[in-house]
Each structure stands twice: as structure tokens, then as C-alpha cells.
Design a binder for this molecule. Structure first.
Ligand code: PEP
Length: 250
């Protein structure tokens, strides 16, 4: 029996001023203090320092929502891994579908960002997942395989215990249309098999793979019962303290 500690991460996307961020964190901090899983909130860059200060001494870890592939220099608008660590981030979401769809993120840039995060000691939450067209065209497995091979090309097996993978079917993100627990389990089991092929049984069995896509207080426990689902990446439901704490305390 392999024990993987579940990890529930909120993705605030582009929401909350510093003041709102602090209020939200202070609201859910007491509600999640006895969580049996790892708890992370991935917040806008401008909130990281505030949220990290508010979470100090608690069981809540802070993450960013993107990181540069470079260490420093002429990369206007980008933020480096060292800068993120400097303000208190431990995790970083990489390759979210919104970045792939709207900001030109590709498997190659996801790979470069992931390598840089790992090199700097930030823990990447690498997002993959198929669109509705791809699912209906029965190419989900092909799509996630390509995304995994692209994202992890050249990434050493030794670094994989710092990695979290988020399986987020694009059709389920922000739509209120959750994948069924069976669909999520089936694809995540497949994803784990791809990692087995790339890194071997032990690495793949230790890798934490989250589900993401309209996960909320009412469907979290069913999803979390599935053997290969090791957590969730939570968008909308992470913006309300009560909802988020219910997911965390699945
Ligand atoms: C996400 O942004 O990663 C996500 C899963 O969003 P939502 O929970 O709102 O579908």
C-alpha cells in the first residue's frame, strides 16, 4: 500500500487585493488547522508576501501562479523563482489551461518553467488536461501523454518528489461541470501509467496527482475516495473560506 499525502491547493486566479486576501486567509485559517492533507493557496504575485505573513506558523503553504524560466534579466513582466521564494512562496502553478489558452503557454515553456522551478527549490504544480473536443474525439490519452512528455523532458527522476501534477480537464474548469469521479480516476490512473513508463514504478507510485475542475464542497469527498486522486486544485471554491475549508476537510 502506497501512502501519498493528499494535497489540496486553491488557485485564486486574478482575484483579491491585499486586504481581501488577508481577510480571506484569516477566515479559513482556523477552519483548516486540523487538515490531514497538505494545504496550499496559490495567489496573485502581489498577494504572496501578505498571505505568507498571515499564514506564518499555520499549516497553510503559499504558492504563485506562474514563474519565469530564466533566473534574471531582460524578461519584462516575468517573475523569477528566487523572487517568489524571497516573498514566501513554496509552490507554483505551471501551465494552467488559462495560460495555455490565453497567454501562449506551450509544452516547451511549461518544461522550461518547471525545470527552473525545480532547480530553485520551488515545488511546481504542473497542469495538464484535454479540451472538450479532444475528449469527444477520444484523444484524451494522447493529449495528456504529449503534455507530460513535453513538460518533463529532461527532468531528473530525483526531482519528481517535489512535483505535483494537476489533471484538469479544460471542459470542467470554471464551468460547474465536474468530471465524474470515475472519469477523473480513469484518466489519472492513465497519467500515472505514463509516469511509470518515463520514471519507473516507484517514482510514479509516489507522485501526487490532483484533480481540478469545478471541485467543491459537495463533490470533493467522492473524488478523494478514488485511489489515484491525491488531491485537488480548486479555483472558484477556493475564494470562499467556508467552501474551501470543506474541500480541505473532505
Ligand atoms: C482551476 O482554476 O484550476 C480550477 C480548477 O478552477 P475551478 O475550480 O473554478 O473549475
Amino acid at each position: 500500500q502506497i501512502m501519498r499525502k493528499p494535497i489540496i491547493a486553491g488557485n485564486w486566479k486574478m482575484n483579491n487585493t491585499k486586504k481581501e486576501a488577508e481577510a480571506l486567509v484569516n477566515q479559513f485559517k482556523p477552519l483548516v488547522k486540523d487538515a490531514k492533507c497538505d494545504v496550499v493557496v496559490c495567489v496573485p504575485f502581489t498577494n504572496i508576501e501578505t498571505v505568507a505573513a498571515a499564514c506564518k506558523g499555520s499549516n497553510i503553504k503559499v504558492g504563485a501562479q506562474n514563474v519565469s524560466w530564466a533566473d534574471k534579466g531582460a524578461f519584462t513582466g516575468e517573475i523569477s523563482a528566487d523572487m517568489l521564494k524571497d516573498v514566501g512562496a513554496e509552490y507554483v502553478v505551471i501551465g494552467h489551461s488559462e495560460r495555455r489558452q490565453m497567454f501562449g503557454e506551450t509544452d516547451k515553456t511549461v518544461n522550461m518553467r518547471t525545470q527552473n522551478a525545480l532547480k530553485s527549490g520551488l515545488k511546481p504544480i504542473v497542469c495538464i488536461g484535454e479540451t472538450l473536443d479532444e475528449r469527444e474525439g477520444s484523444i484524451t490519452e494522447k493529449v495528456v501523454t504529449t503534455q507530460i512528455k513535453g513538460a518533463f523532458e529532461g527532468v531528473d527522476a530525483k526531482l519528481l518528489d517535489n512535483v505535483v501534477v494537476a489533471y484538469e480537464p479544460v471542459w470542467a474548469i470554471g464551468t460547474g461541470k465536474t468530471a465524474t469521479a470515475e472519469q477523473a480516476q480513469e484518466t489519472i490512473l492513465y497519467i500515472r501509467s505514463v509516469f511509470k513508463g518515463l520514471y519507473g514504478e516507484n517514482v510514479a507510485n509516489a507522485l501526487r496527482i490532483q484533480y481540478g475542475g469545478s471541485m467543491n464542497a459537495s463533490n470533493a469527498s467522492e473524488l478523494m475516495k478514488k485511489p489515484d486522486i491525491d488531491g485537488g486544485l480548486i479555483g472558484g471554491a477556493s475564494l470562499k473560506a467556508e467552501d474551501f475549508s470543506k474541500v480541505v476537510n473532505f
